[in-house]
Design a protein around this ligand. Structure first.
Ligand code: CP
Ligand code: NVA
Length: 312
């Protein structure tokens, strides 16, 4: 696996072999942590800036802990302090950080901000969520399924909801790994064409079937995992009321799941808007993997950081 120094802006950035190697490493870190065997420290002496333009629980905690447990030092920065693109130009923030830290992890409003940071910083840049993708989430999600099913190739994940950042990264990573992926959205909320095109290209090599439809019932019929995300993402709160109306019929509830195979599992990146895209009974069910996904953010991000920053 040669990931040293690489950016991770898109779930399609690493090859399937590289992703599977990250899964093996994440499993190793997870087992060591659960057995309280102490931490390996491939990031000893390294620093990582973790910058947030939007709120976060999971990403904030798991990146801070990941850097700490790997022996590095995390510098957590919020938009209120940094004013990325407001107090200071994006490229200037990137060039400053580049003089001090070994990697930059950033959650931004527009994906172009990340691309610009990556252009101006020699240090690797990691996408901690943008309006286009959430690749660290997809990495944890496919790892969760890889552990649960024993493999992901040839299995089937269905996403029901908004064809936005989380759906985009899931489609790309499924396509890369040979996992069939169906995305069901209301009309007008389909995933971006450029992402669908890229997923179809990747799928040609891996054998994954990638399908985008507008019928949630049809979408879950052969699903082994049903995944959903909020209807109004961060930054789109003003559309929340309109979206509640547009997404009627796309709630992941027991009625919808009656159309799915009996052993189906349910996934959510969290935070959940209970009673909107998912019901309490489904999110809290024994077949919900949401909490495992959240835990796995830590292990997979440790693997990611060790791979792009570890050594010497
Ligand atoms: N799933 C996720 O990224 O959660 P946060 O927004 O809390 O980081
Ligand atoms: N699509 C959601 C994901 C949150 C982790 C958002 O962008 O707000």
């Amino acid at each position: 696996m040669e990931l040293r120094g690489r950016d991770f802006l898109s779930a399609g950035d690493f090859s399937s072999d590289e992703v599977l190697a990250l899964f093996e490493l994440a499993k190793h870190y997870k087992e060591r942590r659960r057995a309280r065997q102490g931490h390996e420290m491939p990031l000893k002496g390294k620093t990582v800036a973790v910058l947030f333009q939007k709120p976060s629980l999971r990403t904030r905690v798991t990146f801070e802990l990941a850097v700490h447990e790997l022996g590095g030092y995390p510098v957590i920065l919020t938009q209120a302090e940094v004013g990325l693109g407001q107090r200071e130009a994006v490229k200037d923030v990137a060039r400053n950080l580049d003089r001090w830290v070994d990697a930059i992890v950033a959650r931004v409003f527009t994906h172009e901000t990340l691309v610009e940071m990556a252009e101006w910083a020699k240090a690797p840049v990691v996408n901690a969520l943008s309006d286009l993708e959430h690749p660290c989430q997809a990495l944890a999600d496919l790892f969760t399924l890889w552990e649960y099913w024993g493999d992901v190739r040839g299995h089937h994940l269905t996403f029901v909801g908004d064809g936005f950042n989380v759906a985009h990264s899931l489609m790309l990573l499924c396509a890369m790994l040979g996992t069939h992926c169906t995305v069901a959205t209301p009309k007008g909320y389909e995933p971006k064409e450029s992402i669908v095109r890229k997923a179809l290209e990747l799928a040609q090599k891996s054998g994954a079937k990638i399908v985008v439809i507008n019928d949630p019932v049809e979408a879950v019929r052969n699903a082994e995992a049903v995944y959903t995300d909020v209807w109004a993402s961060m930054g789109l709160e003003a559309e929340a009321e309109k979206r509640k109306h547009d997404f009627a019929g796309f709630q992941v509830n027991e009625e919808l799941l009656r159309n799915a195979p009996r052993n189906v599992v349910v996934m959510h990146c969290l935070p959940a808007h209970r009673g909107e895209e998912i019901t309490d009974e489904v999110l809290d069910a024994p077949f919900s993997l949401a909490w495992e996904q959240a835990e796995n953010r830590l292990h997979t991000q440790k693997a990611l950081l060790a791979a792009i920053l570890g050594g010497e």
